[in-house]
Each structure stands twice: as structure tokens, then as C-alpha cells.
Design a protein around this ligand. Structure first.
Ligand code: M6R
Length: 615
């Protein structure tokens, strides 16, 4: 949450910073602000609301030429989304400007300390204390901003990425990182800092991951990284494999629409190069086959959509490996006393790799000796770095807040892990594994066919836009798909929506049904586990008999649902376990279309942010 950009170099700093913020706006859009260092001191502009509001201010009163700037787009934690609480925050004497992502947990006592010194605080944020503390420390370290930052950081608890500039050093930006994301972009005669690489990908693809409790100082020609005590720190350099175009809308009206359309490619890319010599080969995994053979239990931890991917994976992993697999919300796991040991494999699933609940849960698991494997879409993020092993989903940047292509690729990656475990444990023959991989390899083609239903789904969405409530039901892997459909509708169309295991309806939720209430049913393949199919057909009849409007997602050729469906959305045939890769797509399109019909901002829904970097 919150997007951060820093720049030093020959370009006009405010332009680089604002264009970076544009790419990071998905991280938070409660306010935006910039500060640049000019010959006359700091020039700071900030405004509540989306970045466009700040851009209007700057357009009306252009900022001076400057080679050094920082910028911030906010997801509010401490203090409402007002101009005063917008970042950057400036020190009492106006010489230090600071931006921040995270939460400074001991800010109340620091605030009191500053108030006792006679410093007036102008915002309700936790961030502002840092600006004042830096101002106080700077004279005692001869104006050395890096040293001042290290000293201040040693006094802070919580999670933070902090970036600061001072009026007296026009070519220096200093940042610090603990638990919140920060990457450095290494340019030619210019350098960058950002919450993620998309902010500077236009200028350089050379990036450096910052580790925990590190301070970085960038000038146009240098990058110096130390720990909080000033010792040189080890860092990891990497090259970003995608380009600026991947972080743009590319002709689509919405990022979400672009990302839905990219799903065939995202799935294909996630499968790319996994088979070698007729064996599944996950060479990015840093856990040996012997260690995997020792695994007796699997626990998947994740949040939101990634959690639904984990729920789907459980069905496949247990079926293929016969190893018990639990799935738990990271925010619950973290505060429990879970039963994990060195024979437990914890799989942490996260698109961003920066979700704080998942980070804390994986650390909790590691503390108890579990091996942690990350399934992540963001190279170099905290979750893969803190894990023993990683399998990257190759979905490319996902910008829309609602997760789409990341979800599909998370399911695929978790399936690859399941098949790999089956191979290592010998619970599936090589040809069985090859068969599943061949089916997976054909999914991009089938996903493309589902995308052809878009117009039909949009028409349904239009008809449902005034519904008070929408229910989703499914069985087996269709149950998490139902949960995912409901989550999408809540987050985008701000509607009451709930997903249920279809068999649970009669245990209570069926009482919710009213005449005309839409119930969306995910029908399992007819040729899969027949009993599942029969049961869900009965469930459709039950809800229809109570006045529900039934919208049925069923395979091509499944005629048994026709008499009980008000609408049918057809998807291609697939094995039961792979059906979520198809059945989820109409639900993504439906939520997007309903939100659009209601006039909502699909890519930036209210109250949300793409990466949830606070607990
Ligand atoms: O980055 P992560 O995959 O860890 O994010 C987890 C959830 O916050 C995320 O999936 C969220 O539920 C999405 N906005 C749903 O569309």
C-alpha cells in the first residue's frame, strides 16, 4: 500500500516522479504528493484524491527545474484522506521532506516527545514524526542524511519504507526499508527508487532488491547501501524481464480488461519450460528432492484471491500426492498456534509478494522449522526472498486492483508444485503427470474460447446491475470459484455477494432466497465425477423452485442444466480439476461489467489498494 518514487539525475525530476506515480497509483489513491529540491529549497505539492488532482495543481502552477525529487501515492492508515495528511511531510523548518509506506507503531510516543520539544505537528499521520526527527538529528551528523536516516530508523518500530530529501543536498535521495517494499533502479547517470519496478521501467531495467533494515543513498552516479548500523550491505541485482508496454493499458479501456484478455498468455508463460527429458523440472525451486520427500504435511497460506487459488490447489495436491493439505488465511494462521514442523511444507501464495499478513504468516511458519515455498508473481519481493524456495508465476505486471491473471497462474503454479511432489513421492506415474501437463498446456486455447463469451456475460451483467444481492454456488473446486466470483463482485460492484458450497445451502443460506434473486452456479464437468454433477443439478432445481434467477456456467453440450437455467454461460470441456481455469473467467467479466454499468472505477475500487502491506 502506498506507492513511492525517488529520482536523481539529469531529467526534470517532477516529470519522472509523476510518471512513476501514475504507474504506482494502483497501490493507493487516497492522495498524492511530490517534493523536489530546488535552488531555493524544497518545493512540495500535495492533494487529497487521485493523482489527477495533483497533476491539475502542478499544471496550474508548474514546478521549477530540479534534478531531485520524491513522490507518493497514499492508501490511508493514520489519518483520513485529506490534503494535510497527504505525503510528503515536511520538517518544522521546511528543510526535510519525507514520504512513507507502512506503519510506524511507536509514533504516538515519538509524537509526544516532539510536542514536548515545542514542535507543532500538522497532520494526523505517523509519518510526520520522521521528518521532524531527521531535522533534529541532521546537525549532529554534519548534515549526512544517510546517517541521520539510520539513527532515526533505529528508533522506529513497525513496517516502513521511508524516502527523504533535504534542501541542502540537491543531488541526494535517501531511503530506508523494513518490511515494506523498495527497489532501486540503476540508470546511466541517474538513479531511481520505487515501491516496484514499474515506476522506472521506462528508464532502466537494472534493479537492485533492498534487504531488510537497509538504508540506500542514491546520487546521479552512485548507489550506497548499508544496514541500519552503517555497515555495507549485501544486495541482489536483477534485470526486469518485461518492458514498459506491459505496464500500460495497451489500447484497453481498463487494466482489468487487458489483464483478463492476457490470461491465455499468462497461463502459457507460467507453464513454459517446466518439462525436461519427459520429467517435470522446477529448477527455480531451492528445496532438494530429498527434503521434499520428507514432507508429511502441506499448509497453504494466502489472502483474498490468492487464498481461493490455494483452496483449489488443495483438491489437486491431496488427490495427486496423498499428502494432507490444509489451506488457511494468512491473517488467521499468523496468530494461531498451528501444528507445523520441519516435515511441513508451507506454500505462501501471493501476487505482489508484499502482503503483510502472508509475510508474517510465513515467518511464523519458518520460526517453527517449516520449509516455505513461495508462489509469487513479483521477482525480488519480500515473500520469495524470505522463503526457502520460489516458483514464479509469469503473469507479467498485474495493475488492476482486482486480481485476474494472477489467480489463474497461481492455480497453475500450485498444480505444478502438486505434480512435482507427486513425482518426487512416486504417487503418480510419469505418464499420468505428462497427461495432466498436456491438459494444462491446452488450457490457453480453451481460455481463449471462454473469452468469446464476453458479450453474452456483459448482457447478463447489465440485466443484473440492480440486484440487491447475488449468490454464487459450486461444489469441489467449483466452491472456491464461487467464493472468487463473489469476492470480485463485492470489491468491484460494491454489491452484497456470497459464495457457498452448494451442499451447504440447505443448512441455512437457502433462507436468503427471494423471488428473482440471482444465483450463479458453477456446474462441474458431466464427464468428471458424475455424482458432483448430479448433485449440483439438484441444487439448481432447489434454488429455482424458491424463485431464484439461475445463471449457470456449464460445459458445452451439457443439456441436463437447460430446463433449470434462466441463463447459461458455456465453457469448453475440461477435466474437473482444471475447470476453475475456465469457470472463473465469466465471473471476472461479470464483476467488471457490473461495476462499469454502475459507473464505478473498476481499476481502483474504493477503500482498496493492490498490495496490502499493512496487517
Ligand atoms: O498480492 P497478494 O496476492 O498477496 O494479494 C492478496 C489479496 O490482497 C488479493 O488477492 C485481493 O484479494 C485482490 N484484490 C482480489 O481481487
Amino acid at each position: 500500500m502506498c506507492g513511492i518514487v525517488g529520482y536523481v539525475g539529469p531529467r526534470q525530476a517532477v516529470d519522472v516522479v509523476v510518471s512513476g506515480l501514475k504507474r504506482l497509483e494502483y497501490r493507493g489513491y487516497d492522495s498524492a504528493g511530490v517534493a523536489i529540491v530546488t535552488a531555493d529549497g524544497l518545493d512540495t505539492r500535495k492533494k487529497a484524491g487521485k493523482l489527477a488532482n495533483l497533476q491539475t495543481i502542478i499544471a496550474g502552477d508548474p514546478m521549477s527545474l530540479s534534478s531531485t525529487g520524491i513522490g507518493h501515492t497514499r492508501w490511508a492508515t493514520h489519518g483520513g484522506p485529506t490534503d494535510a495528511n497527504a505525503h510528503p511531510h515536511v520538517s518544522d523548518d521546511g528543510t526535510v521532506a519525507v514520504i512513507h509506506n507502512g506503519i510506524i507503531e511507536n509514533f504516538a510516543e515519538l509524537r509526544e516527545e516532539l510536542t514536548n520539544l515545542g514542535i507543532q505537528l500538522n497532520s494526523e499521520t505517523d509519518t510526520e514524526v520522521v521528518a521532524h526527527l531527521l531535522q533534529i538529528v541532521l546537525p549532529s551528523v554534519d548534515g549526512d542524511l544517510s546517517e541521520a536516516m539510520r539513527r532515526v530508523c533505529r528508533r522506529l518500530s513497525g513496517a516502513f519504507t521511508l524516502v527523504a530529501v533535504v534542501a541542502e543536498h540537491p543531488d541526494v535521495v535517501v531511503a530506508a526499508r523494513r518490511n515494506s517494499p523498495l527497489v532501486v533502479g540503476r540508470g546511466e547517470g541517474e538513479n531511481f527508487l520505487a515501491s516496484d519496478v514499474s515506476a522506472f521501467i521506462e528508464y532502466t531495467r537494472n534493479a537492485i532488491e533492498l534487504g531488510q533494515d537497509q538504508v540506500v543513498c542514491i546520487t546521479p552516479s552512485d548507489i550506497t547501501i548499508t544496514d541500519f548500523d552503517g555497515n555495507p550491505a549485501a544486495t541482489v541485482e536483477f534485470e526486469v524481464t518485461w518492458d514498459a508496454a506491459a505496464a500500460e493499458r495497451g489500447g484497453y479501456e481498463l487494466f482489468m480488461l487487458k489483464e483478463i484478455a492476457e490470461q491465455p498468455k499468462a497461463v502459457a508463460d507460467t507453464l513454459l519450460g517446466r518439462m525436461k527429458d519427459n520429467r517435470l523440472n522446477l529448477d527455480e525451486l531451492r528445496i532438494s528432492e530429498q527434503e521434499l520427500r520428507n514432507i508429511k504435511k502441506i499448509v497453504v497460506i494466502a489472502c483474498g484471491t490468492a487464498y481461493h487459488a490455494g483452496m483449489i490447489a488443495k483438491y489437486a495436491i491431496e488427490h495427486w500426492t496423498r499428502i494432507p493439505c490444509e489451506v488457511e488465511l494468512a491473517s488467521e494462521f499468523r496468530y494461531r498456534d498451528p501444528i507445523v514442523s520441519s516435515e511441513t511444507l508451507v506454500i505462501a501464495i501471493s501476487q505482489s509478494g508484499e502482503t503483510m499478513d502472508t509475510i508474517m504468516a510465513l515467518r511464523h511458519a519458518k520460526d517453527q522449522g517449516a520449509k516455505v515455498l513461495a508462489i509469487c508473481n513479483t521477482r525480488g519481493a519480500t515473500i520469495p526472498r524470505d522463503s526457502d524456495a520460489v516458483l514464479y508465476t509469469n503473469a507479467g505486471p498485474e495493475i488492476a486492483v482486482a486480481s485476474t491473471k494472477a489467480f489463474l497462474t497461481q492455480v497453475v503454479a500450485a498444480y505444478l508444485v502438486g505434480l512435482y511432489l507427486a513425482q518426487v513421492h512416486g504417487t503418480k506415474y510419469a505418464d499420468e503427470i505428462s497427461d495432466v501437463l498436456a491438459q494444462l498446456a491446452d488450457m490457453p486455447r480453451r481460455i481463449d474460447l471462454v473469452l468469446d463469451t464476453t458479450e453474452h456475460v456483459r448482457k447478463i451483467a447489465h440485466e443484473l446491475r440492480d440486484a440487491k444481492s447475488v449468490l454464487f454456488i459450486g461444489r469441489h473446486v467449483g466452491y472456491p470459484v464461487a467464493l472468487e466470483g463473489a469476492l470480485k463482485l463485492k470489491e468491484l460492484a460494491y454489491m452484497h455477494a456470497e459464495g457457498f458450497a452448494a451442499g451447504e445451502l440447505k443448512h441455512g443460506p437457502i433462507a436468503l432466497l427471494e423471488e428473482g434473486m440471482p444465483v450463479i452456479v458453477v456446474v462441474p464437468p458431466k464427464t468428471g465425477r458424475d455424482v458432483l454433477h448430479e448433485k449440483i443439478v439438484s441444487n439448481i432445481q432447489e434454488v429455482r423452485a424458491r424463485g431464484a434467477r439461475t445463471i449457470v456456467i456449464a460445459e458445452e453440450g451439457d443439456e441436463s442444466v437447460v430446463p433449470y437455467a434462466n441463463d447459461i454461460i458455456r465453457i469448453p470441456e475440461s477435466p474437473t480439476l482444471l475447470q476453475p481455469l475456465l469457470a472463473t473467467i465469466p465471473l471476472q467479466i461479470l464483476a467488471c461489467a457490473m461495476a462499469t454499468a454502475k459507473g464505478y472505477d473498476v481499476d481502483m475500487p474504493r477503500n482498496l489498494a493492490k498490495s496490502v502491506t499493512v496487517e
